[in-house]
Design a protein around this ligand. Sequence first.
Ligand SMILES: Cc1ncc(C[n+]2csc(CCOP(=O)(O)OP(=O)(O)O)c2C)c(N)n1
Length: 978
Amino acid sequence: MVDNHPGDGSRYFGPKAAELVDLYASYLQNAGSVDSQWQAFFGNLQDDARELLNDMGGFAASQSSAAVFSINDLAGDEVRASALRSIRALMLIRAYRVRGHLEAQLDPLGLKPIEPHPELDPRSYGFSDADMDTPIFINGAVGLEVASINQIMDVLRETYCKRVGVEFMHIQVPEQKAWIQERVENFRNATTFSDEGKKTILDRLTAAEVFENFLNTKYTGTKRFGLDGGESMIPALEQILKQGSKLGLEEVVLGMPHRGRLNVLANFMGKPFRAIFNEFRGGASNPEDVGGSGDVKYHLGTSSDREFDDRNVHLSLTANPSHLEAVNPVVVGKVRAKQHKKGDEDFTKTMALLMHGDAAFSGQGLVPETLDLSELKGYRIGGTIHFVVNNQIGFTTDPVNSRSGPYCTDVARIIQAPIFHVNGDDPEAVVHVARMATEFRQTFHKDVVIDMFCYRRFGHNEGDEPTFTQPLMYKQIAKQRTVRELYGERLIAEGLLNADEVEAMRKAMWDHLEEEFDASERFRPNKADWLEGAWSHLGAVRGYDARRGNTGVEPDVLGEVGQALTRVPEGFNIHRKIARQLKAKEEIISSGKGIDWATAEALAFGTLLVEGHPVRLSGQDCNRGTFSQRHAAWIDQESQAQHKPLNHIRESQAEAEIIDSPLSELAVLGFEYGYSLAEPDALVLWEAQFGDFVNGAQIIIDQFIASGESKWLRMSGVVMLLPHGYEGQGPEHSSGRVERFLQLCAEDNIQVVNCTTPANYFHVLRRQIHRGFRKPLVVMTPKSLLRHKRCVSNMEDMLPGTSFHRVMPCRVKKQEPSAVKQIVLCTGKVYYDLVEEREKRDLREVQFMRLEQLYPFPAEALKTELKGYEHCDIVWCQEEPRNMGAWSFASTFIEEVAEELGFQNPRPRYAGRKTAASPATGSGKRHVIEQAGLIDDALTLGKKAMSRIQTRKAEEIEAREASAAKVESLRPVQKAGK
Ligand SMILES: Cc1ncc(C[n+]2csc(CCOP(=O)(O)OP(=O)(O)O)c2C)c(N)n1
């Protein structure tokens, strides 16, 4: 044991650190206040040493009042030499706190020799071999008052360089940094486990290893993405729950990739082994009659309850696609919804636990995007525990080709999360860091990362041959004893168990799995779990009827909401332009006439709120609205305080959360989708700044929103608002890519609408909540129509009895069918361009019909509207290029409907932009010409010369000529004379 006391003065002459810091502070204030030799001493200090004294200043300030004498009076070289030694020793200690992890023994395979870091060498601080045993005053650092460098180094190496490496000095919050430092240094970075605790660790390792071995024996070579090599994760997860439940945790939402997932499902979540074996036999995970496509077994989710010392913890593992890390924001969003529902305001009861692979954690951009949400007001969940199964390889790729930084976890430093690196072959160390991480999360409500270095015993999957690419690594792995074997031997050596007992544990697990295996043949999943709990009042829906829902609202409720939307609180300094707008809005609401888009949206939100349904909308700048249309938060022009009128309708109402999001699409949409999975009674929306940016969120759309219900039986009512419309703003501000969504439409998976009236928008939003099921909704929203004089509705279109219309005939100048020669079908904003041009030309033979909903395609409603016009030509008019927009999708449906009705010419003619690589032109002039051309084309009767075949031929010729011209322009110019 190191002597913690200063001892007698004959051995030690130096000043206390606090006094030294005081003296340094005096020197900084006024160099002349200290004697000349101390002046020289401080003057000669290097920057590092000065920094150290500065850093210590805060700590010393609280202690210095206790200083009993002034070292200024203690002149003499001996004192100064001691002071210098103290400073140098403290610098060394600090270096270990910052960089000790670089020399920690983290890799179980020991593939690369640990390179000594010069800053961790006492010689770098001027200590020679002769100095190593000299006592130095270090003021309680690393638990010591006075110690020699040898003694200090022993403590430092044990604390910072054994099998745990801690990165925490990047944290800026002093309490958090101090907490970790204390936790780590007070116990030399280890937990002393009871005999029972050690046996439990071995038991969990046994369960993990035997399960993988069993699968390997019964289904040799079948993909299972085994945990083999990373088994310590299982006791670590156990510790997180156990310790977490002591600290108030009631519910954990998990997200994880393929690696070890079956093991987690079975040995942590308690999914019956027989159910998993049945899936290996080819059985389905849900009863056959539920339908859906299902998913491979290592993507499936499940939920269960676990008990720890009479405390129940609910666990749910979120289903996920192959796309690594894509589930992260979904899990985080789910947790936020659960916390909101429970009123878990200090974030203690519900937590996210995300597991990661090393290559994916450093490689996928969604990781930093999701981390960035962690401290934001609209997205905070009080910290996620991240557990990286760092098997030091990604499929066949080595870390040197995977990342530029030293650790796969470096990305977590952006949010100043503490990072615990740990050797996976030391299960006690892994459980120890799991415990610290849990305590840190429950204390500071902040993200924390565990990076478990381990290995992958087999190939990427079990059918894969890893020695093609990593022969040396796999030579070492072949020699590597398993984690269970190593730990079993350790406990035998400690005398806690004998070899027979260790083997008996293994055999008991194997025998249990044999029993489960036998039972798996008869196992049938008896129910799907998708309509339980918060979802129990909802049901599955198949079929394509109108499904209007009860979306009309009583006039007094509309009036009440309307008033709140225009009521300015006493003393609130509202912007004068908004004040003007509110006056106009007041007029609109009281008259019930001329309701614009933004007001209709606010009325939809407000009426849902008073009915008790929370509304959550997030997206870039969505409080003001990209087009200055929403003004969901008013800003006091003097104090910059906010007023959110939607939250001031009446006393007992649900809350509207309208959130300006970070500049991310993928993470934010993933978050809102996750939120919608856990809160079916809230209207959850995400808005793109312009619809064009939606492709940044494509993974969430393809892998979750469009296919989640089919794959995993999980409904979502998430709404995506995508500003869309051709208004000359160029290639990236025109298109919400409706064609992409339409291509995804099948099996009643999503809804795609492009409304042309505020009232229809009002109803489609309210419909999301007022039906007995949930479906994602994609809305192409307007830009110029936000202020278009014709794009208004009356309150009477929102009253009880009114509803969403999937097809709308033109109400302007409606003609008798017999007087009409041509029906122009369209969707969205182009309708208004058509109406205006028709008026200009005073055309009577052309009738318009709007498809307000594109999917589910309203075939019956269209049929009703088209009846009587069988003699007419049909034109599909769109603003988008021919290879985009709804043409390809809608034209086949329209033709089928027209054929059924007996149209003479059922195939619609195309009037729109020609095929294009880029969604829109960058030239304003060209835009105007194109737009006028397509409107003219749509309104021109019997324009057979522009039949679709001819159009296509013309386009083909043009494309050929364009590429020939390009090739020509790229040809090197022949220089004369060569
Ligand atoms: C987004 C994405 N890109 C590529 C893949 C294909 N893939 C599956 S696993 C894998 C390697 C993952 O390595 P790591 O994250 O270290 O996890 P490990 O498999 O080693 O546990 C890759 C590239 C994928 N699933 N997801």
